[in-house]
Write a protein that binds this ligand. Sequence first.
Ligand SMILES: [Zn+2]
Length: 67
Amino acid sequence: MYSRTQNENGSYDTRCLYCFMTIASAVETEKELDQMEARHICPERALAELLELGKAIESRSHRASLS
Ligand SMILES: [Zn+2]
């Protein structure tokens, strides 16, 4: 998830909504924004996904112990 804003001169900024880091600023085209966003390896997002995975495994083992 990214938040894109357009500057007065028509260029774009993009910010990651997971870690609130500005990934790119004064980018000229939306295509370039896509590339910059794709290149961002987000530590917060990785952590969130890891937690989700942990939860999923936990609920699965709970279910297994019930049966
Ligand atoms: Zn991020």
